[in-house]
Design a protein around this ligand. Sequence first.
Ligand code: SAH
Length: 237
Amino acid sequence: MTWRATVLTIFPEMFPGPLGVSLAGKALTSGLWALEARDIRASATDKHRSVDDTPAGGGPGMVLRADVLAAAIDAADTARSLPRLLMSPRGRPLTQSGVRELAAGPGALIVCGRFEGVDQRVIEARQLEEVSIGDYVLSGGEIAAMALIDACVRLLPGVMGKAESGAEESFSEALLEYPQYTRPQTFEGQPIPEILTSGDHARVAAWRRAEAERLTRARRPDLWAEGQSGRKNTTEG
Ligand code: SAH
């Protein structure tokens, strides 16, 4: 079955956008995944086609209406076959293991918030799982949805050139990736590290592992600590 992204947004014209080029774009064209961007506004019922209203209790901005959004969700996923996500800075942080899990499933129905967010009642009534792409605030969920979709699509079978190119990269073992080099051999007086051109595969592997560990300890002590137990298990098992 084709991996399917159904996106609910008030700006469907933003899609496929960057998802229509390069790796994801080629995979979309060749049918390795499918994308449907649906306009939430199509589910508005009043004559002004309004999707938002002022927040109960006062305060700035506008809130996406529960009734309109619920109708849009119900119209989009009648089979209720996809995990239902809401892009939200309050959500569970998106990680590479979360991405792997989503990519292994049938796809996702993704709701993009706008303005101050969405009415809490629709989150509960439609059991939307809130997902955040980081501790900063975007003006809407569309770019966050694109980030999530892009991360999933590149892991789908047949999308990346080499099957193993996903296995060694950042976060696959709670490690950041080692530094990469390519031609020219010397750039502004800096040569490629000698080991990498030695042809000694075991030394290359050991160097890359040591560099990945050094970078992770220095830049992401949190990730290093989190990976400690898992890494020990991998070498033992
Ligand atoms: N007032 C809200 C922010 C609303 S931002 C708050 O303080 O939590 C408008 C919309 O952008 C959100 O509904 C969400 O869909 C999206 N968005 C903003 N930042 C995001 C993030 N870090 N991750 C995922 N979605 C985000």
